[in-house]
Design a protein around this ligand. Sequence first.
Ligand code: ASP
Length: 312
Amino acid sequence: MRVASGAGGQRPPTLTIVASGNGASALPVGMRLLRRGGNALDAVEACARIVEADPTDTSVGRGGKPNVLGIVELDASIVDGTTHRVGAVAALVGYLYPITIARAVMERTPHVMLVGAGAARFAREIGAAKAQNLTASTRELWVERLRKAHETPASVRRRARLLPVVRKTVREERGTVNFLAIDGAGHIASAVTTSGWAYKYPGRVGDSPIVGAGNYCDTRYGAAACTGFGELAIRNVTAKTAVDRLAKGIAPVEVARLAVADANVLDDAAFNIVVLAADGTHASATNREGRRYCFMTADMEEPVTTAREVVR
Ligand code: ASP
């Protein structure tokens, strides 16, 4: 596969990592890895693991908000933009680094995605690090949300019908982290990891582990990943559509705008995208005020966090 070599095909690729705003603290680690000659796949995985292990991010990994039954179900995917190898896990319970398990699905199985009990079984089989991902503070938030729905942990567990409760527990309360990277050889990789929609119906899978919806990259053209109402990214196949638009020569800023405009046609729920072109240019758009994304290149000492363009 042809690898981008910078503007005009002459300059070496600019080492770049782009992330959703909650990924900023991980970027220096990913950039250090790229500067040492590491590859994009290792960089996005390393970044994602940092956020997964951080209990203060209540939208990803340990400390992520649980489903309606108080169980933290995690979704993650990783894409190698050069080989188009992909790996994903969904509704995974009890493990610390879903992104590493997704990568193992990609590298060690004949499959691309494992879900639920099968994903947990595979994680156990490869000796992945276990974790109780519900923390004391996310448990408290869950109990409080149930209380507002006139339920308790015991009552909700006894219920035959969860849907009426879920209708009361789910609000616009989601979150995810995206990482898109270009390495020194011009290869592109992308990683997305999340605890999904807070207080969701058990087994609900969002866009993050669905390659082409919440995560996609192609070393020839670039990468895109989404946060926000994942159902919209699935319905619009947003990340793949974005990379297809990059392939047509549309600039990242316009690609990002178009993705949010596509989401806005379906629903008025929050939706965000980050886009990175193979030449290192990047952009981000959202339909909410105050949303941010971040990036870091080889010549920067620290990541920069900046506003996403708002598309109504
Ligand atoms: N896209 C994620 C999901 O739908 C949540 C988010 O990013 O806010 O699971």
